[in-house]
Design a protein around this ligand. Structure first.
Ligand SMILES: NC(=O)c1ccc[n+]([C@@H]2O[C@H](COP(=O)([O-])OP(=O)(O)OC[C@H]3O[C@@H](n4cnc5c(N)ncnc54)[C@H](OP(=O)(O)O)[C@@H]3O)[C@@H](O)[C@H]2O)c1
Length: 306
């Protein structure tokens, strides 16, 4: 995008994570300035990501969220002591226009409308960069034709209630509308993580899909076991060594090469007994269909006749 080629990000010394992206200023003037950013959203990702980005040189100037109290609680955690408020400030000329980066860390379904609102109603200047943090949303939702934008996707599960994850080990996938923006996001990502990859929107959506299977659905399998054990009065922590060993083996091998269990062996008698066991339990009946589907998928993958 031609109109953005004049924006350059500059970092004076490798390893020193201060970010500058101010067009038209001398290097000295730029050195005076850290990268200023506005955060929209105060949920699970924002809660952990905002302090982490602050530690590597981002100066948060404003935190906005649908619920102003949530924005205030997050702003209070940040050393840069940003202004905060509800999203209604966007309609009242209350958006801080002095930032270079505008992070949208809100639920996926809210991102496209907020991006339009920032570019159109709030009339965000054309050189400001919009960033979303979603694995599932394409870059296009940020409307690259109306200004520079990018994606900073952290492949990790974030919950406010969990301790802050170690960002240096979290893979970060980046994408941007133009090279200077990509360079800026890459520097930001590298300042936090040792594993940064440039992926396009389609690749990122597959990465996210892999995460849904490897994290969300695996966790749901834990939930099934948890529910069955609770019904039968069995201690769930007994499963921990098995869960750990399964992960260890899957990291060291192609996962299906170390697949075990009755479905992989094609042991029809055990499969039938376990289906009957599920059908005999009130909790188990709810998971009978899931069991059948998984058993069928494993046998098909193993090339076993069903
Ligand atoms: N959680 C993860 O593990 C994870 C991992 C990687 C990427 N992501 C991505 O990070 C982004 C945020 O996810 P999250 O888990 O932090 O979400 P979350 O905890 O559910 O937080 C959602 C945030 O979005 C705001 N919000 C919800 N609905 C909205 C709406 N209709 N309009 C405007 N704002 C709305 C909420 O505002 P209030 O709280 O003020 O109501 C809250 O600040 C998403 O794009 C997600 O795909 C999440």
């Amino acid at each position: 995008m031609e109109q953005h080629s004049k924006f350059r990000s500059v970092m004076d010394e490798p390893g020193q994570f201060d970010f500058y992206l101010v067009p038209g200023l001398s290097l000295e003037e730029q050195r005076e300035r850290k990268l200023r950013a506005v955060l929209i959203g105060a949920g699970n990702v924002a809660f952990h990501l905002a302090p982490a980005l602050e530690r590597v040189g981002i100066c948060w100037v404003q935190v906005l969220s649908r619920n102003a109290e949530n924005a205030g609680a997050l702003a209070a955690r940040l050393r840069s002591k940003p202004a905060w408020g509800g999203l209604e400030v966007l309609e009242k000329d209350g958006l801080d226009m002095s930032a270079q980066l505008y992070f949208l860390a809100v639920r996926d379904e809210a991102v496209p409308a907020l991006a339009s609102c920032l570019r159109e109603q709030a009339a965000l200047p054309q050189d400001r960069i919009l960033v979303h943090v979603s694995g599932a949303l394409p870059l296009e939702v940020l409307k690259p034709d109306s200004g520079p934008c990018g994606v900073l996707y952290f492949l990790q599960t974030f919950s406010k209630s969990a301790p802050c994850p170690d960002f240096s080990r979290i893979p970060v996938c980046i994408e941007a509308s133009d090279s200077p923006t990509l360079e800026c996001l890459e520097r930001l990502a590298r300042s936090l993580s040792g594993k940064v990859r440039v992926l396009d929107s389609r690749q990122r959506s597959f990465l996210h899909l892999g995460g849904v299977f490897a994290c969300n659905y695996v966790n749901f399998m834990y939930t099934v076991a948890y529910d069955l054990f609770r019904e039968q009065g069995i201690d769930f922590s007994l499963l921990a060594p098995l869960m750990e060993e399964t992960l260890r083996k899957a990291e060291a091998n192609p996962p299906f090469a170390v697949q075990t269990g009755p479905a992989a062996r094609g042991d029809a008698a055990v499969l039938a007994r376990q289906e009957a066991l599920l059908a005999s339990s009130e909790t188990g009946r709810a998971y009978l269909e899931v069991y059948r589907l998984l058993a069928k998928a494993v046998q098909e993958r193993a090339g076993k006749k069903i």
